[in-house]
Design a protein around this ligand. Structure first.
Ligand SMILES: *Cc1c(COP(=O)(O)O)cnc(C)c1O
Length: 469
């Protein structure tokens, strides 16, 4: 039962969401999706984890797998027809019939390729589904939604593509001027959709994030609309990443239960989706979060001190995160769902940028995941080594994961590195490592010919607000 001061006790269910900080009313899937963050500042988690539906392991297509995985999380918050449409959209624009193929590149060494979607990064997968579900949730309640999001490149591109032309939703994307790759910028600015607006901020990614936070707190912006964001703290995005762990396990067959997944990690969303998959019963042995030099997670699990430092730019830009937001969900789960403890820690962290994890919690966290940091030199060497040994070109994010994957003991079971972006999105980093630029896949061709639409603004609230209203 969920007992709170906000209403009568109700039975816990996978489709009812509670906050990791314990001070917000429980909500259904549609509300968790439209809110993003809970009113108490916590993140939504299902009040009870569902068991993996047996159909998920036998279904014939990626769409059917996704439907079986997501069904219990949606519950009766949205009509089944909306979920079916969302799972159709989930794989739309994927140029690979297997959607998320598992590719073996060495003895017990695999890559799970998640970059065959329309913007060539793994974020397409969950974002496309979330857009359809958000549209359905709004239609049902007769509301309109203003989405504001900060991006270092991939989130903005995936969101622009997924939400272009979606009814009832306006999307505003803030990216740091001249600090995203040319391809990433073009992906965001050439959709031609009237409901997508791009702001290039004269500042860095942290400025964008700070501005988004301030905008989300600005009641005056709402104008009768709901206001939310689409980064990976949104439960719908996270849930949408669970299905590919299922398809990976199926591809591994009997070896699945001995498999370790190495996830290139920024905000810890993809890794937490893997944790959720395991919690639901998807066979696997363990999860390793691989970070670049921005290693707050590695330090937290190593020393017990979770501390924010300024983000250092790296070749794996989408992982240049100071403090991985979804870590809060893991803390909640590893503490035995202790909302008071979670709230105390993360409120302290917000205030001081540093918090010490209690010993028993640290022990519990270490049993759930491990984390390893990789240097820029190692990342470049991995791009080069993989190219030399297999002829394959990989992106810097994938290289971070593969560096860690190679170090793991692979005698006892397969190791799977998640390949999160197509290398052609990061031509400079690839050229620096192997002297050639990757070939562009079909979905990244022809971008230069299209008309771009964006406004350049100063990194202050007044300028950004003036550009939006
Ligand atoms: C966003 C992103 C990541 C990090 O994923 P998180 O869920 O934030 O940990 C890794 N690689 C690529 C290419 C990305 O775009």
């Amino acid at each position: 039962m969920i007992r709170s001061t906000f209403g009568p006790p109700m039975p816990a269910a996978a489709s009812i969401y509670i906050s990791t900080r314990g001070q917000s009313p429980a909500v259904d899937f549609a509300e968790a999706l439209l809110r993003g963050v809970a009113p108490d500042g916590g993140l939504y988690v299902p009040s009870r984890w569902p068991a993996l539906a047996p159909e998920a392991m036998t279904a014939h297509s990626a769409r059917e797998v996704a439907h079986a995985v997501l069904r219990p999380f949606v519950g009766d918050a949205l009509p089944d027809e909306a979920l079916t449409r969302a799972t159709w959209r989930l794989t739309e624009g994927f140029l690979e019939p297997e959607v998320t193929p598992l590719v073996q590149i060495g003895p017990n060494l695999h890559m799970l390729e998640l970059f065959h979607g329309p913007t060539a990064a793994f974020k397409d997968y969950a974002m496309q589904m979330a857009a359809v579900l958000a549209e359905a949730a709004l239609k049902q309640s007769g509301q309109r939604l203003l989405l504001i999001t900060a991006t270092s490149g991939d989130t903005g591109a995936a969101a622009a593509r997924a939400f272009a032309g979606i009814e009832g939703i306006e999307l505003v994307i803030l990216h740091p001027l001249d600090r995203v790759s040319a391809i990433q910028r073009l992906q965001m600015t050439t959709t031609g959709a009237d409901n997508v607006r791009n702001l290039a901020v004269r500042g860095d990614f942290d400025d964008c994030q700070r501005l988004v936070k301030a905008l989300l707190a600005d009641e005056g912006l709402r104008d009768g609309r709901r206001l939310s964001s689409v980064n990976s703290i949104n439960w719908a995005r996270l849930a949408g990443q669970i299905p590919y762990y299922v398809t990976a396990a199926r591809a591994l067959g009997d070896a699945a239960a001995r498999a370790t997944y190495v996830v290139p990690t920024g905000n810890f969303g993809d890794t937490f989706a893997g944790w959720g998959a395991q919690r639901m019963g998807v066979p696997m042995d363990g999860l390793v979060a691989a970070t670049n030099r921005n290693d707050a997670l590695v330090r937290a699990l190593g020393t017990g001190v979770y501390e924010r430092t300024t983000a250092t730019p790296t070749a794996s830009v989408s992982m240049d995160v100071q403090a991985p937001s979804n870590f809060e969900r893991l803390v909640f789960e590893a503490s035995g769902r202790d909302a008071d403890l979670t709230r105390g820690l993360f409120e302290d962290f917000a205030r001081h940028g540093r918090v010490r994890l209690p010993d028993d919690l640290l022990g519990a966290l270490r049993r759930e995941v491990s984390a390893v940091a990789v240097t820029e030199a190692e990342t470049a060497e991995e791009i080069s080594r993989t190219h030399r040994e297999t002829g394959r070109v990989i992106c810097p994010h994938t290289a971070v994961a593969l560096t860690v994957a190679r170090r793991l003991n692979r005698r006892d079971g397969p190791v799977v590195a998640l390949a999160t972006a197509h290398p052609a999105k990061f031509p400079e980093a690839v050229r620096a490592a192997i002297g050639i630029e990757p070939e562009r896949p079909q979905q990244l061709q022809g971008l230069e010919g299209r008309a771009e639409r964006f406004e350049t603004v100063n990194a202050d609230l007044a300028s950004v607000r003036a550009a939006i209203t």
